[in-house]
Design a protein around this ligand. Sequence first.
Ligand code: ADP
Ligand code: ADP
Length: 206
Amino acid sequence: MQIEAKNISFRYRENTPWILKDVSLKIEEGERVGLIGPSGYGKSTLVKILAGYLKPAKGEVLLDGKPLPKKGVCPVQLIYQHPEKAINPRWRMKKVLEESGMFRDEVMEALGIERDWLDRYPRELSGGELQRFCVARSLFEGTHFLFADEMSTMLDVITQAQIWNLMLKEVEERRLGLLMVTHNSSLAERICTRTINLAEINSREE
Ligand code: ADP
Ligand code: ADP
């Protein structure tokens, strides 16, 4: 599979400057891409558009040449700083995972998800606990692309490392496409097969 952004332009409100202007990129499954660029340059905005959370004013996102599916669990999964926004507040965690068919004991164990959390609602879990569910869901079998945007801010250092290791193992074994927003160029060099600098592909005016 391939995901493609074609001539994307975006701003949060009309009559304000474009955050993203005429941005295009392509990522193939199996590639691991670091997205770098100055702060405030639209990296988070771009990954939200690529994952279908935000609609661009112009341009389109295509998965193998077709728009992202509107129903069901998306083959493009985004993990970002706000797990509470990515999970339906009216569903118990069990249902969140059932929807994605994600009940692999090995993954639950690696993420430190406890059985009794499954009966809770999102508001009954801490940010870090909720983030583990987002990661579990993101690894469902229909996932082809995994995007990570500063997902670790709510997790302690040891948990961060555990979760990263699990994700990277899945990315390698299943040859998922990975896009990670990062400020850490040595991390990107270690993990990624290439990097995209948003400043070089964003034609917005300064
Ligand atoms: P980056 O990830 O590169 O730091 P962001 O995509 O987070 O950049 O933000 C790009 C610009 O969009 C910033 O100027 C930011 O203030 C603005 N922005 C981000 N989210 C919103 C929002 N929900 N409403 C209005 N402006 C926003
Ligand atoms: P808001 O801007 O209202 O705070 P978000 O930008 O976080 O919400 O999410 C926008 C839309 O994307 C919502 O309809 C939400 O249900 C959906 N969404 C968020 N996370 C995911 C996910 N991991 N998989 C599928 N859809 C998601």
